[in-house]
Design a protein around this ligand. Structure first.
Ligand SMILES: Cc1cc2nc3c(=O)[nH]c(=O)nc-3n(C[C@H](O)[C@H](O)[C@H](O)COP(=O)(O)OP(=O)(O)OC[C@H]3O[C@@H](n4cnc5c(N)ncnc54)[C@H](O)[C@@H]3O)c2cc1C
Length: 249
């Protein structure tokens, strides 16, 4: 059995690792000339961390990420409105409930677990054909690849999904999200804070420490800040500043 995986992002590489582990041959096709991720954070919830555990990637996840032990919803003035103590859930389910990683570092982890000979960059899939003998994926560079199944891991504008389901195009729903990383040398709580703003605005910061690659003593600590609908909204930018200053001081 051979699976052709379209897309070399977090989804595509995870699929390749998981399928390899159950003896299914894989080939990953990525349109970009190299595998890369954006410089933002990704929070891995318990369902994903359990799946990563089955893929023998749980230790690596904790090496490059930071478990968050508490979630606080706050008013725009900083008053705590609700708390979720993740530590209790962690004890109950026996796996990290919420781990924040840098997307690039997480992709590197998955890449390190994938046979790189099976990853074909510079291969933009333009469609596939199917008959009784299997499927053949077609690529913009003229190449073709045959297999038994195709896995569409090609993101939001997936050509595989469009071919299977002829979905309507993505529709802008009115939410804009600005994301970034800030480095910090100080200590800070392992708390994910969601600061509510007015009219659907909000500002979150999530500790996303990267700790101790072997041989390195120094730890880089990062905070991720994330805003919604921040564009052209001075109140929201104020919230970003306030949230940042609270952590910095
Ligand atoms: C603002 C925001 C925050 C989010 N935060 C979280 C979070 O905290 N936790 C969480 O679990 N999820 C989060 N998500 C969702 C998560 O980011 C996505 O579900 C996840 O990144 C999807 O990964 P993927 O590999 O399937 O797709 P992508 O990351 O989109 O990767 C698709 C890959 O396929 C390649 N590709 C595309 N088209 C083709 C083609 N035709 N041929 C070949 N290759 C192709 C692309 O170049 C890319 O490398 C968030 C999403 C957004 C928008």
């Amino acid at each position: 059995m051979k699976a052709i995986i379209i897309g070399g992002g977090i989804g595509g590489l995870s699929a390749a690792i998981a399928l390899d582990r159950v003896g299914i041959e894989t080939a990953v096709f990525e349109q970009a000339d190299q595998l890369r991720e954006i410089g933002a954070g990704l929070t891995v919830w318990i369902n994903a961390s359990r799946a990563l555990g089955k893929m023998k990637a749980a230790e690596g996840l904790l090496r490059c990420g930071s478990p968050v032990t508490r979630f606080e919803v706050r008013s725009w003035r900083g008053k705590v409105l609700a708390v979720s103590p993740f530590a209790i859930l962690e004890r109950k389910f026996g796996a990290a409930v919420y781990v924040c990683v840098h997307r690039g570092e997480f992709l590197e982890l998955l890449k390190g677990m994938t046979d790189t000979g099976k990853i074909h960059c510079g291969s933009r899939c333009i469609g596939f054909d199917e008959d009784s003998s299997g499927i053949t994926a077609r690529f913009a560079n003229g190449a073709e690849e045959s297999g038994d199944i195709v896995v569409g891991a090609d993101g939001l504008h997936s050509v595989i999904r469009a071919r299977l389901h002829s979905e309507p195009k993505a529709r802008y729903a009115g939410y804009t999200c600005w994301r970034g990383f800030a480095t910090s040398t100080g200590d800070y709580p392992r708390t994910w804070e969601l600061n509510s703003g007015d009219r659907g605005n909000g500002f979150q910061h999530i500790p996303a420490a990267k700790g101790g690659y072997s041989g390195l003593e120094q730890k880089t600590r990062r905070k991720e800040w994330l805003t919604r609908r921040a564009a052209a909204n001075p109140k929201c930018w104020n919230a970003i500043g306030t949230g940042f200053l609270r952590y910095r001081n």
